[in-house]
Design a protein around this ligand. Structure first.
Ligand code: ATR
Length: 480
């Protein structure tokens, strides 16, 4: 079930939000501690105002809530609210036998026994959960993973406590994947927020429509992307839409990772079939691969990992995504020589791709030694970025691979003042914003432009093929 947490100040606005999100949710949680005091006293009316089951929750500050009353009053108000037709009531694990519990049992309201930890994942989490469930209640833990290893621990809950009714949630950025894959954790529900969401938090609409999180079952294959940061990635949208388009029982999830080793252990555990790799792990993953393609070997970085019998195989679709939009112009002779700005990981794949197609390349970089390293491996020239002006009118293609101009520093251009003649093809691999400062200036001069979003889309489509064995469905809007 997808559960919408209601943190409104009035019952009416809470009911309105349920209505707005109705297509995406199965259940909601009324947070009494967010309601105005006069509304708190009327909470018993709420279940009749909505057409889905409601959880009654009145959180204390130590559990992340805002209830300002004494414990005695809090419980009395919960008892009074239970006059309404709530299906569940949340009672914190340290609240011993209470009138709230008695009232709930008398009325057949199911008790959720909850434990919160905003700092960490407690060590003995399996036995804690078991104790919470002892009286036949639903055991709930909302804890805070501080590493990917902690996330892995949460995924093991289902195997350790099969058959126990439970709700398992990893909070914070590391926990995002547990909210999406809640069914794989054996969690009976996941909590969604509505409208305005903070980074990493997922709306009910996204959970239901983009991820189809509630459709996950035992046979659903897990794919994903590892990175740090990773939660902003557009890849989940592209792949999940593709899976849906070809009716493929799979889900693609962003995994914030701090350590590649713990991720590979996790990937084995949940029998992942493949995943994308982004900054800063494109080199780190190499030591875990049993087989790599020629591109990976020569570029020295891998952005796609797939399972093949007995091992993980690394491929690199970045180079292909980059070259696809310009390959015709290379093959028809329009592009013979290129200026590549930057000498980081992305630059390396791009220089290799261009050299692989016989284009003459000059690499410009702020740090000359990095340009020299890539130039030496790929047999090309290099120069300091300060000398960019020297190449005006002498190249057919200019590729921008640095992070200069990337959101939010959209006013920056790594080759400020460069004189475009208008005959160059200018390609910026930044995709946010689509129109970088450099591209704006190139467009003014009449240059033909290529965008980072094209590269992203093409590398993603090729990845999709590697993951599923099918072409990316042409009738699907990838969102890019
Ligand atoms: P990626 O893997 O995305 O290519 P990277 O390996 O960190 O990232 O490389 C970043 C590139 O952007 C490098 O070429 C870097 O130049 P240096 O090698 O001199 O560091 C370039 N870059 C980043 N900030 C820059 C700036 N303010 N001015 C010029 N170049 C910059």
């Amino acid at each position: 079930m997808i559960c919408l947490t209601l943190s409104d100040s009035t019952l009416e606005s809470a009911a309105k939000r349920v209505k707005e999100n109705r297509d995406y949710i199965d259940i909601c949680e009324l947070r009494l501690d967010y309601l105005d005091e006069s509304e708190q006293r009327k909470a018993a009316c709420f279940p009749a105002m909505v057409d889905i089951p409601v959880i009654l929750t009145f959180r204390r500050p130590q559990d992340g809530g805002k209830c300002g009353f004494s414990e005695k009053i809090r419980r009395a108000m919960m008892v009074s609210a239970l006059e309404g037709d709530f299906k569940y009531v949340d009672i914190e694990e340290d609240v011993k036998r209470s009138e709230v519990e008695d009232k709930a049992r008398e009325k057949g309201v199911r008790i959720i026994r909850s434990l919160h930890d905003f700092e960490k994942v407690p060590e003995d989490i399996f036995s804690k959960l078991y104790h919470l469930s002892e009286k036949g209640d639903i055991a709930k833990i909302a804890v805070t993973p501080r590493s990917f290893q902690d996330v892995f621990t949460l995924f093991r809950v289902e195997e350790e406590l099969k058959g126990v009714d439970k709700i398992v949630i990893g909070m914070g950025d590391y926990g995002v994947c547990t909210r999406i894959l809640y069914k794989k954790l054996g969690s009976m529900l996941t909590f969604a927020s509505s409208d305005e969401v903070a980074p990493g938090q997922i709306s009910a609409e996204q959970l239901k429509l983009e991820y189809r999180a509630d459709q996950v079952n035992e046979r659903t294959a897990i794919y994903g992307i590892i990175g740090n940061p990773v939660l902003h990635s557009a890849s989940p949208m592209l792949h999940n839409r593709g899976f849906k388009g070809i009716n493929f029982n799979a889900i693609y999830v962003p995994f914030l990772v701090d350590n590649v080793r713990s991720f590979f252990m996790f990937a084995e555990y949940v029998k992942m079939r493949g995943f994308s790799v982004t900054v800063p792990f494109k080199v780190d993953v190499l030591s875990y691969l049993g087989n790599v393609t020629r591109e990976v070997k020569q570029i020295g970085s891998c952005n796609t990992v797939v399972r093949v019998p007995g091992m993980w195989k690394g491929i690199n679709t970045d180079y292909y995504g980059f070259i696809k939009p310009i390959v015709n112009d290379i093959e028809n002779g329009r592009i013979k020589n290129a200026l590549v700005i930057g000498a980081g990981g992305a630059s390396h794949a791009i220089v290799w791709a261009l050299r692989n197609y016989g284009v003459k390349v000059t690499i410009l970089n702020r740090t000359l030694s990095r340009a020299e390293t890539i130039a030496r491996i790929n047999l090309c020239d290099y120069d300091s970025i300060e000398n960019a002006g020297k190449y005006s009118g002498a190249v057919d293609l200019i590729v921008q691979t640095t992070s200069v101009g990337l959101y939010p520093d959209v006013d920056q251009n790594p080759i400020e003042g460069f004189k475009f003649t208008g005959s160059e093809i200018v390609y910026d691999i930044i995709y946010k914003p689509k129109m970088t400062k450099l591209l704006q200036e190139a467009e003014k001069a009449g240059c033909q432009l290529h965008f980072g979003s094209q590269m992203l889309l093409e590398q993603g489509k090729l990845q999709f093929e590697a993951f599923t064995g099918y072409h990316y469905p042409h009738w699907v809007d990838s969102g890019l």
